[in-house]
Design a protein around this ligand. Sequence first.
Ligand code: BGC
Length: 711
Amino acid sequence: MNSFKSLPNLSAFSLFLALLLAGCLSVSAQAPAPDSPAIEAQAHAMIAKLTLEQKIELLGGVDNMFTRPMPSISLPQFKMSDASVGVRTWGPTTAYAGGVALAATWDTDFARKLGESLGRDARARNVNFLLGPGVNIARSPLSGRNFEYLSEDPFLNAALVVPFIEGVQSQGVAATVKHFALNDQEFNRHNASADVDERTMREIYLPAFEAAVTKAHVDAVMDSYNLVNGVHSTQNDFLNLKLLRGEWGFQGVLMSDWDATYDGVAAVNNGLDLEMPSPKFMNAKNLVPAVQSGQVKESTINEHLLRLFRTELRYGFTDRPQFDPADSTYSVRDRSVALQGALESITLLKNEGNLLPLDPHKVKSIAIIGPDAYPAVTGGGGSSEAHAFEPVSIVTGIANLLGPDVHIFYSAGIPDGPGQKELVAQADAVILSVGFSAATEREGADRTFTLPPGEDALIETVAAINPRTIVTITAGGGVDTSRWLDKVPVLLHTWYPGQEGGTAVAQILFGQHDPEAKLPVSFDRSWDQNPSSKWYNGDPKDNTTLHTIGADGQPKDYTIEHIKYGDKLMVGYRYWTTTGKHPLFPFGFGLSYTTFSFSKLDVPASAASGSAVNVSFDVTNAGSVAGADVAQLYVSDPSAQVDRPERELKGFAKVRLDPGETRPVTISLDARAFSYWDEPGQKWIIDPGKFTIRVGDSSENTPLQADIDLH
Ligand code: BGC
């Protein structure tokens, strides 16, 4: 009945043959089964057969990306893969516009589709646990992993992460939401403590994790490297026990980030189920004496194993091969998903004189310049770095679209060969592609707000030669554009667009696809205007020393930097709208080749506090090309008893419309949409009174407005 159990020593290939002979090749996507008495009984039976030492062995990973097998109970090892922008660990793959680019789509249907594709890519590679999605808040544009994460807004992150996780898990692959919690900068990530008050945590930094657990029923969570309020995440009772397991009822596996465990006893007692990638601390040397002395209860170790076993049994990992021959390693279907993600996420920020879209029939010569034009820059760097089979660069994408009759000139830097400058000056358009790359925006370090060295000068020089200069920027967030933005007519922000990025850029430039993305983060004019800039570094005077015992059993001290989150709730547009100041480009903003209008707002005049409130309005495509707009609903609470941000996103809908078409939209607001976290009372509360509902297509453009009285 159980092919894996009866064939524990077979190689993957012989297992494949065995299945082929057994006629079992119709294995297909298999969502996790609900917990059942049978699963519970089997998990307990597995534990009953293990010695204490064997149990402890199973609390640590093996070979960097696997759970540990236990032949005596026919338990195979289970495979993991990194995941933020593609299933990357096991060779070439499909590289998607993930993370912040996914957030720029504001498309919950697409989030599900992307999750399903990643789930298929995982099954094609025999992967059981996908180490994503990352959902940390984009607090500062410098954070090296913003490109892997989502947005600056907790509601948008939660709305996208739920269908994404459901999509992954529907394929029979356990998703791992990460990094729990407050990994909001990469600088000094092992030794920095995010010191933050509970209300800020609950309202800004935790909702996406909460939704992943309570709504999407994610089956794994990864603790972060950083400390939270002075305690490493992997041994943080508030995060792991009180919130995750207690309030949110998390049933899955809580694993550490790779080498983010510092104390085996503290980790075991504070919720960590699995130390990755190996048991440096949660091992027999540390835990057997701790069990004997009563510091750790054996029942606590059993509880960790039950969580691992239940999850593995729920997915049928022990009963079926994870490799699904129905899924291709090179997937043509997923290439179209990658293209869709790029088309929906590339954001048009400036289009002076409607220079775009370019007419492919009128363009006879085009100059493509800059380091991000070729080779393709598909993603940022670090553990998420996915290597695509055939990534399409901007040069290739434009050349493919224009065909053989158009002259294309390419140069990585300022062209200086004889005749080349004249050539750039006379080109019908210049596409100037600058920004960051996997080498300069990556895990483990933060980036600069200014573009990489020389790029500002490159833009200024080229813009001076040819006024039809279209700048594209590759970056996980805003950059300093102050030296040249007023000198170029067009700015297109590509994020990291995945393997089909070049095709998508070309289709948008030449009007084959109407730009539809909206900024998932506010773009600042300068780094010092960002609300987190004053709080980004810890004050050395606040440093503390953490005394621990290292993996070698010797005392080890760490100097901990305390990052005080003095910006509190004032993250991104919450800061800008509350202070009445304006960023360079506001959250939610993005241009299109058509225009949209909003009308007929219908909000009930009053409602019982805590009841669902339906808000309706119409969206019209008032222009002449088909396109999509994102209707955004912001709630203000002018009669609150505490300070609240001036407006907060509490609903959105992506609406696709033909020219002249009007569509009614209804958004339902639940109690949480009006609530704040009452720290003294330790609960979400609504202060009765007037609330203002605003609807539009950016945090600053909200043409519809109405009040509602909650009583
Ligand atoms: C990263 C994780 C990743 C892990 C395994 C760590 O460096 O922080 O996000 O899943 O490596 O590659």
